[in-house]
Design a protein around this ligand. Structure first.
Ligand code: BEZ
Ligand code: FE
Length: 332
């Protein structure tokens, strides 16, 4: 879509004047033959009345009603409507095995985080979830506790540690942590030929004490891919593509609801304007700078270094299901 041109034109002219669509005094019409501004939504809804699946019927009705409401509110010109179709077409054309522009669109419109929030309601104290993002790779190397996930050790060293525990505080042994992050200049290994394969990725399993610890380098804030339709949209909307620095985790354990989340670096300049709305206060942690050669040697990093500490609290799978099911029923 030429969003720039569309925005310019709208900005210059403002919204179009509404036509009189009240239909007051109009003769009765057969809406299936005389589909018009007034009866359009009712006519299309009526056409789905034979749908046997109540969930599909509910979703289709919502999509139709809201789409029609947008069109009535915005009153697009034919050129604008075509521009929207072309925007979506090009979004689809950008997708392949490694690029999913529609998910990026959902992320940047806050839809991914809204779906995530609806499906991951948590009791207080449980680790909150956030977006998965496009840079996770299944099958990252299995590593021992204490290993360094930075294969090239380019960047400021960080010692990350914490506990995986139940809500009542009991440590969870045998929990798995799948970890990935950017380099110090803001690229994931799969975006950057200069990095070794599987750089800054690893899978760890906690022992009976539920503890985890590993070495890495300080991640950096970075732009989401902005060479496609999503980038074009962000520019048209006066938005930047940046995400605040973070480390991704998927934490799972038998009998518990897995959590897909990040920890964010406290003080990052993009914490309040994350391009994909993924930040939660409870996930922001200090990366504390230490200048202590003995301590650095003990944990196996160069001095000075940073420490970052976070405890993951998982919810029993049955409890998580009950909460989400219950909330859904209340909402219905
Ligand atoms: C990420 O954190 O890797 C990410 C999340 C959503 C969109 C793009 C990137
Ligand atoms: Fe990320």
């Amino acid at each position: 879509m030429d969003v720039d041109k569309v925005a310019e034109r709208r900005g210059a002219k403002g919204p179009r004047k509404r036509s009189d669509t009240s239909g007051v005094g109009a003769p009765r019409v057969n809406m299936m033959r005389d589909f018009n501004e007034t009866n359009a939504t009712e006519a299309v809804l009526e056409r789905q009345s034979g749908c046997k699946d109540p969930r599909i019927r509910q979703i289709a009705a919502a999509v139709i009603t809201h789409l029609h409401a947008i069109v009535r509110e915005v009153e697009p010109t034919m050129d604008e409507w075509m521009a929207a179709i072309e925007f979506l077409t090009r979004t689809g054309q950008m997708c392949d095995d490694t690029r999913q522009e529609f998910i990026l669109l959902s992320d940047t419109l806050g839809v991914s985080m809204l779906v995530d929030a609806i499906n991951n309601r948590k009791p207080s104290g449980a680790t909150e979830s956030t977006v998965l993002g496009p840079f996770h790779i299944a099958g990252a190397p299995r590593r021992e506790m204490g290993d360094n996930i930075s294969e090239d050790q380019k960047g400021e060293p960080v010692y990350v540690s914490g506990l995986v525990r139940e809500q009542e505080g009991k440590p969870i042994g045998g929990a798995s942590l799948d970890v990935w992050q950017t380099s110090s200049d803001g690229f994931y290994d799969i975006q950057d030929d200069r990095q070794p394969e599987m750089n800054l990725r690893g899978q760890f399993t906690t022992g009976a004490d539920g503890c985890f610890f590993f070495r890495t380098i300080k991640p950096s804030s970075y732009p989401i891919p902005s060479d496609g339709t999503v980038g074009q949209m962000l520019r048209a909307l006066g938005r930047h593509p940046m995400r605040p620095a973070h480390i991704h985790f998927i934490v799972s354990a038998r009998g518990f609801e897995p959590v897909t989340t990040h920890v964010f670096v406290e003080g990052d300049e993009y914490l309040d304007s994350d391009a994909v709305f993924g930040v939660k206060q409870s996930l922001i942690i200090p990366f504390v700078r230490r200048d202590n050669a003995r301590e650095a040697e003990r944990v196996g990093v160069a001095n000075p270094f940073y420490t970052a500490q976070y405890d993951f609290t998982l919810v029993r799978a049955r409890r998580a299901r009950a909460i989400n099911q219950g909330e859904r029923e209340v909402a219905e």
